[in-house]
Design a protein around this ligand. Structure first.
Ligand SMILES: [Zn+2]
Length: 401
């Protein structure tokens, strides 16, 4: 454990994570152990704790480590809500189903029926499924092994990557230029990929997250503020983000209505092979591809959001990065990607360490030995970029204009 403190002082968080990946779920830390700093305090762990608790702290640490702090936060031994209890409440709420809403209801001509809108077209990966199933992680409902590791599970291609955020009419009308026409990297197509990524994220934050708020209200009847601290923080941050994104929603819908496609710019990379991991995300990146922090996502100041899409056209990988015109974060993110020597691995690593919503093709996942799969599973649970991951097949990406 002394080694952990040395890594902590050098901000070698990936090494600390790899060290704890190899330990059983419940651990005992005999004497206070520094793992890093977070805002104003050093973070010290001691006593009985779990590997997932430590991972939870590690993902929020300062980079670099701040050696000039006087405050300490000592964690361990605090009575906390059994995660099983919160999970079963979440499960109950999930069974009630998600809110159904058309994001474009103010744009007129709204159809009656809200459908499962695909954030990635099913046709892209249908032929690569295993009996019409692909792999994905299910953080709330997924099964865990004896060490509480969450493994990806097969899920039906009609369900994966869907959200209840558009009516049938708007979904088919608005997205037909990317659903029915080949990808030619037009301004319109990039705008629509970007807007769809935004819509899914906005739906998650503004509507789907209500489930967490209801779970919190149930738990608040029984538990004090200290135990609900983490949950209350995430509810606060979610409300903050939603508020910030409301303005973006208005802007994007105006641009959509006026066909102002050039309001969004983007970079496209096309490969020669099918990607093994597919995703679409709208997010505020903390780090570029090198793992260098390039915007402060810990403060509540406005931050830059971009979209990150890995899809395919005719079984050839398409990687798209889009953001508002002139966005400096987008520019730096794209140039850090160009500098990556192993670009397919860089994408897969970024996806596993950062995102929750993505799918994996069975042909690739099933081909990996369990020890290699475990490395990806640990990266998913660690939520820390950048870590070393085993190699992946190269999709031979080239930038196109
Ligand atoms: Zn509609």
């Amino acid at each position: 454990m002394e080694q952990v403190e040395i890594w902590a002082r050098k901000t070698q968080i990936a090494k600390i994570l790899s060290f704890f990946d190899g330990l059983p779920r419940f651990i005992h830390i005999p004497k206070p152990m520094l793992v890093g700093s977070n805002n104003e305090s050093e973070i010290i762990m001691v006593g009985d704790t779990t590997v997932s608790r430590i991972r939870g702290e590690l993902k929020n640490l300062d980079e670099p480590f701040n050696p000039h702090l006087r405050e300490q936060r000592i964690l361990g031994g605090i009575k906390r809500i059994k995660p099983e209890r919160a999970t079963s409440l979440i499960y109950q709420e999930l069974k009630k189903g998600f809110p159904e809403i058309c994001m474009l209801e103010d744009s007129g001509e709204c159809g009656e029926k809200v459908i499962r809108a695909h954030s990635l077209q099913e046709a892209v990966f249908k032929h690569h499924s295993k009996k019409r199933h692909v792999y994905q992680f299910e953080p709330f409902t997924g099964k865990r092994d004896e060490d509480k590791n969450l493994w990806p599970e097969l899920a039906g291609i009609h369900e994966v990557t869907t959200f209840l955020g558009f009516c049938e009419h708007h979904d088919s009308k608005v997205f037909s230029p990317i659903e029915t026409r080949p990808f030619q990297n037009t301004l319109e197509q990039r705008f629509l990929f970007h807007y769809r990524a935004f819509a899914q994220m906005y739906y998650d934050k503004a509507h789907k997250f209500q489930i967490m708020e209801r779970v919190h209200d149930h738990l608040a009847k029984k538990f004090g503020r200290l135990e609900l601290d983490t949950m209350e923080k995430s509810i606060f941050l979610n409300r903050h983000d939603t508020q910030e994104l409301k303005q973006t929603k208005i802007e994007l819908e105006n641009q959509l209505r006026n066909k102002d496609w050039s309001a969004i710019e983007g970079y496209a990379f096309v490969g020669e092979k099918m990607p093994d991991v597919l995703t679409t995300n709208y997010f505020a990146p903390l780090k570029n591809f090198h793992g260098k922090i390039f915007q402060d996502t810990k403060s509540l100041n406005p931050i830059k959001w971009i979209s990150f899409t890995v899809t395919a056209v005719n079984d050839r990988a398409v990687f798209l990065l889009c953001g508002e015109k002139g966005c400096p974060v987008l520019k730096e993110f794209a140039s850090s990607f160009r500098e990556m020597p192993l670009q397919s691995l860089a994408i897969v690593t970024y996806v596993f360490c950062t995102f929750e919503n993505f799918i994996m093709l069975p042909k690739w996942w099933d081909s990996l030995p369990r020890s290699v799969q475990l490395k990806f599973v640990n990266a998913f649970q660690g939520r820390f970029y950048r870590r070393e991951l085993p190699s992946v097949p190269d999709w031979n990406l080239k930038e196109i204009s």
